[in-house]
Design a protein around this ligand. Structure first.
Ligand SMILES: [Fe+2]
Ligand SMILES: [Fe+2]
Length: 685
């Protein structure tokens, strides 16, 4: 406690009116001051120096006792320690209320001998000094108590800070920062224990910071043995508190490596090196602090005063560097223990998170591999969403300016995007692949039935022609005219079947034509109804099945109502699946974000036809854009052509103009050329 050193002045103050009447010994070694105004003299001595404590014997007539005592009560008691020697006649004693006797060293009269007065003076100063020492001790213990309380508070705060940090790099930085802040160290390093490929333990120099030098950080590994200081601590688990790194005991197994000092014109003096032990008492690393600093006032305040001292010259090192206070040994050990647990938690959380992320990715890959043409879609949507969130973060004005995504928010969005189409696993894959109104096999069957109809008509007319010829031969009447009329009718009907086949094939196309599929199909059905066509068992044959009729009546796209409902159900299935995952609280929005990726601002989307921007989250609206963008630009599929980029951007803009997509997000997507940030590797997954 260098800060507690004070100037101490010893004085005997004698009231002027007594100076003639009593004779004080002059050889006590204590200055005697005769004063006409005792109170004023005391005040001026104390005021002279802020750091002065006055040890004082006040010699006054007994009738001044009350006044002086009252005055003494007004003075800060840490500034003065005193006794009063009262002078008077025994007869005057009853006139005074001397109820603070501990401040009175004695009561003498004018006849008291010099030797007795000397004794009284010595005894008084002995008492005064004892009081002063007791007070100092009390202050010292009090300061220790405050230190211990601060240490405790620091530990609690450090525990809180460390447990809240999820990023490993930031965590290491925080551990070192807090360790230095507590101990006033100028520099420090963190080493972590790891295993090499042969399961041999080694130390990795992971993070370092020196307040007085700008040194770029370079990780390296070193053998874990007791030859180095950090290695010794990592192997033995002992705390090393070294006053001077250059004066290590010759018998110590470890030695100091001055390489760093030479490289950076630095002088490592005091060192405090503690092991980081986890809850199983295993050493997972080492914290090494260098050069505890104290400024010359000796008062180390709680904040970072020590950090404001730059160690530039050798004189600075001599002047400011002190040995690490012993109390830091256990304190830093406690911090290191908390740090070890935080690091292990961090590793575990990262590992679990990584495993989960890989599992999600593997699942998504497996699902997407059902349809190679769409594989990579969810990964690309996730990437676009992530890029879009970062682009939103850089917007400061307007509607998007109020949104800021944290790293966790972006991770949440990525997970939601990866899983957004997970529900498709429950849906018949053929529906996704359905490129035309009829499935290929249904079209083939229809063509076969039409071919059958063609042959059936042909045969029917052949039989009719045979009948005509047979009848002509039997009746010996020419049949040419009838035959040619029949032939013409046959050709007409067969041509019509061929035309119908072509018409139906055209109708099968999902593109919107001028023709109303309903009326075209009704016409064909009417014509077919006129032809009585039977199968080989004689039952009448439906050329167009009920399903063919439903499908060929589709006005837009290739899906009928039933199929459309089934496809749209994928968002509900996604929601149900994703909701079952016990997400941590920071990812609680994932199911909702994924559920809403097909909602439109104008209320025409699904599953809930939500209306307006406020009805869905920004994340869902971002995903809607990413989803459409990727669906349009995805590489050619057997049943779907890739749309060129310029056309895609026009479509997105139109969708925004038609109040389907969020216009601010579409503008951001186009203006920042966000689509250019998708690496080719992901584009071709
Ligand atoms: Fe979807
Ligand atoms: Fe999608």
């Amino acid at each position: 406690m260098r800060g507690d050193k004070k100037n101490v002045i010893k004085k005997i103050l004698v009231a002027e009116e007594l100076s003639e009447n009593i004779s004080l010994p002059a050889d006590t070694g204590i200055t005697i001051t005769v004063t006409g105004n005792v109170e004023k003299t005391i005040d001026s001595i104390i005021l002279e120096s802020e750091n002065t404590t006055l040890l004082c014997l006040i010699v006054i007539p007994i009738n001044r006792y009350e006044t002086v005592y009252r005055h003494m009560n007004l003075i800060d008691y840490s500034k003065i320690f005193y006794q009063m020697l009262l002078v008077g006649d025994d007869s005057s004693l009853p006139d005074h209320n001397l109820d603070r006797l501990y401040h009175i060293s004695d009561f003498i009269d004018e006849k008291t001998s010099q030797s007795k007065i000397r004794f009284i003076i010595e005894k008084s100063f002995s008492i005064i000094e004892k009081h002063f020492q007791n007070e100092q001790k009390k202050n010292w213990y009090y300061a220790k108590l405050i230190d211990a309380q601060r240490d405790q508070e620091d530990l609690i705060n450090i525990g809180k800070s460390l447990s809240g940090e999820k990023d490993m790099e930031k965590l290491l930085r925080l551990i070192l920062y807090l360790s230095k802040k507590i101990t006033g160290a100028d520099g420090g390093s963190i080493y972590l224990v790891e295993e090499d490929e042969n399961s041999r333990k080694r130390l990795r120099f992971k993070y370092s910071h020196t307040f007085s030098r700008e040194i770029p950080l370079e990780e390296f590994v070193m053998e874990m043995n007791n030859k180095s200081i950090s290695g010794y601590v990592a192997v033995t688990g002992e705390v090393l508190n070294l006053p001077n790194a250059y004066m290590i005991d010759a018998l110590a197994p470890y030695s100091f490596n001055p390489y760093f000092d030479r490289q950076h014109s630095y002088i490592s003096r005091s060192m405090l090196v503690v092991p980081m032990k986890n809850h199983l008492d295993q050493i997972i690393g080492v914290i090494q602090l260098i050069n505890s600093k104290e400024d010359l006032s000796g008062i180390r305040k709680y904040e970072n005063e020590a950090f404001e001292i730059k160690l530039e010259t050798e004189a600075d090192f001599d002047r400011y560097v002190v040995t690490f206070d012993d109390r830091y040994n256990s304190l830093l050990e406690a911090i290191a223990g908390q740090a070890a647990i935080a690091i292990e938690n961090n590793r575990l959380i990262n590992q679990i998170q990584m495993q989960f992320e890989e599992f999600v990715k593997a699942s998504v890959t497996a699902i997407e591999s059902r349809d190679p043409a769409t594989s990579g879609h969810s990964f690309r949507v996730a990437l676009i969403c992530k890029e879009m969130a970062m682009a939103v973060n850089s917007v400061d004005k307007g509607y998007l300016g109020k949104y800021k995504f944290t790293e966790t928010d972006i991770k949440e969005l990525e997970f939601a995007a990866l899983l957004h189409d997970f529900g498709k696993v429950y849906i018949d894959l053929n529906i996704f692949k359905k490129a035309k109104k009829l499935y290929p096999k249904d079209l083939e069957n229809l063509k076969l039935r039409l071919d059958y109809l063609y042959r059936y008509i042909e045969l029917k007319f052949f039989a009719k022609e045979m009948d005509i010829i047979r009848e002509s031969l039997a009746s010996n009447r020419p049949s040419n005219e009838t035959l040619s009329a029949t032939h013409e009718e046959k050709i007409k009907k067969l041509t019509r079947v061929t035309e119908m086949k072509e018409q139906l094939i055209r109708l099968n196309e999902p593109t919107i034509t001028d023709l109303d599929p309903d009326s075209v199909l009704s016409g064909i059905l009417d014509e077919i109804a006129d032809i009585e066509c039977t199968d080989i068992t004689g039952n009448s044959l439906d050329i167009l099945t009920d399903l063919d009729r439903i499908n060929l009546r589709i006005k837009r796209g290739s899906l009928n109502e039933q199929e459309r409902i089934e496809i749209e159900s994928h968002v509900i299935e996604t929601y149900k699946f994703v909701s079952k995952i016990p997400w941590p609280p920071e990812y609680k929005n994932i199911p909702e974000i994924a559920l809403r990726h097909h909602e439109k601002l104008d209320g025409t989307g699904y599953p809930d036809r939500l209306n307006g921007r406020e009805a869905t989250s920004l994340q869902s609206r971002m995903m809607a854009i990413a989803d459409i963008y990727d669906a349009l630009t995805a590489q050619d599929r057997p049943y779907k052509k890739s749309v060129p980029l310029d056309k895609v951007l026009i479509i997105l803009k139109e969708e925004a103009d038609r109040n389907k997509l969020d216009p601010d997000l579409v503008n951001l997507f186009i203006d920042t050329k966000l689509y250019e940030r998708i690496p080719a590797a992901v584009q071709s997954i």
